[in-house]
Ligand binder design. Sequence first.
Ligand code: FRU
Length: 471
Amino acid sequence: MKESQFLKQVVRSLLAGQLKAAADPHRPRWHLAAPVGLLNDPNGFIEHGGRYHLFYQWNPLGCAHANKGWGHVTSTDLLHWQHELPALLPIEPYEQSGCYSGSAVSDEQGRLTLIYTGNVKYPDGSRTAYQCLARADGEGGFAKLGPVLDLPEGYSGHVRDPKVWHDGRQWLMVLGARTLDNRGEVLLYRGDALDGWMLVGPIAGSGCGGLGEFGYMWECPDLFPLADRHVLISCPQGIDPRGEDYRNLYQCGWLAGRFDGTQFEHGAFHELDRGFEFYAPQTTQDSQGRRLLFGWLGLPEENEMSQPTLEHGWIHQMSCPRELFWQDDWLCQRPVAEIETLKGEPTRFKGRPGELPALTVDSAWLDLALSGEGSLGFGAVAELVWQPGRLVLRRQNWQSGEWEERSCPWLGGKITVLCDRSSLECFVDGGRQTLSTRYFPGENPILSARCDGNDSKICLDHWPLTACLVQ
Ligand code: FRU
């Protein structure tokens, strides 16, 4: 399709669908969601020219995983976003099956430059992929510069999601990959320019660094320094559940270690978020030196296509913006401080679960200190159960109606829960663990509590959060 034809369809889709999507009672009040259609991975997250830029995988024409381009929003505070022109639409032959995920950098001349995967699927089911460049055209859009890297030898057509950075001497890039014998890997490239890349080799993956067999594909890698170490975040596919671990269809986790520009020596793989929906996160370092992260509160190919928002012509949302930090050698996450500015009048409750006043969790920040055993209900379809040493997030599956759970270890510390219409993000023990989920309660869900023992106590601080709409 020609770009002008595609754009006309985007305009029609927006004109016909935007009001309906905005009127959905499940629509987030302060999280990012696409104006219409399907949103998945955060892409190209960067602070550039005094603004935060966030791009996202976007099907502007419907709620299926098709027609993937990049939507683009900008902000000065990570909360109040402004829509920009669609940055990439899948027009050219080398991206005909989608402008897939990637990253953004400021090039040698300070120009905002996107590096993304051009995905091409063939009728026989095979595919290929090109890593491509696009540069800000000075008019709010991006000019495509075409492919700069083909598939490496020995790899399948699943090589994608370039994350690029400059280490002060050279450009470096990590790519998610699947070998011809179905092992998931992260590949490292280096280059003197953004259009000339040399393969260094795999730096992590299935069968590397003591991981043993660890999935057939690793998506969306992100390698970055944090204090005195490096962290590699990536999303392995093809790992079986093991007890309380790896319960989702695809995983998202982190490895910490030492990166010397060529090799990455790392420790064990840990899940980054232990809830139901969290995938394909991307980080950037901002001018305050913070390592910030957005994740997709979704997961491909599970029961996404029965989410009730489909009736309103949109699907999925981002996580809240989070900041990464170390505590006791463990990678932790906290909501960025900016979110506190959305807090309204506080309510404090201290007492037994049965005495809890009726507080709305439609859009709220909760700080919780819990003792004994009990559970907190979020409307009728999700609950957070606390037990000695363990927190369990339960929800009623919107497709099957059955209750299902995800859990994490709990040291008994503070829990923060961010609620926004159809999402919950729990930061456990000050962010050592997170549990994120979508859920679809009735309108204006109320917090309720149940105690499972005689000595259960709740200390709760509740703030409503003000809506901040995308303009
Ligand atoms: C992860 C992912 C990426 C790919 C993109 C396509 O969710 O599968 O690997 O680039 O989504 O939308």
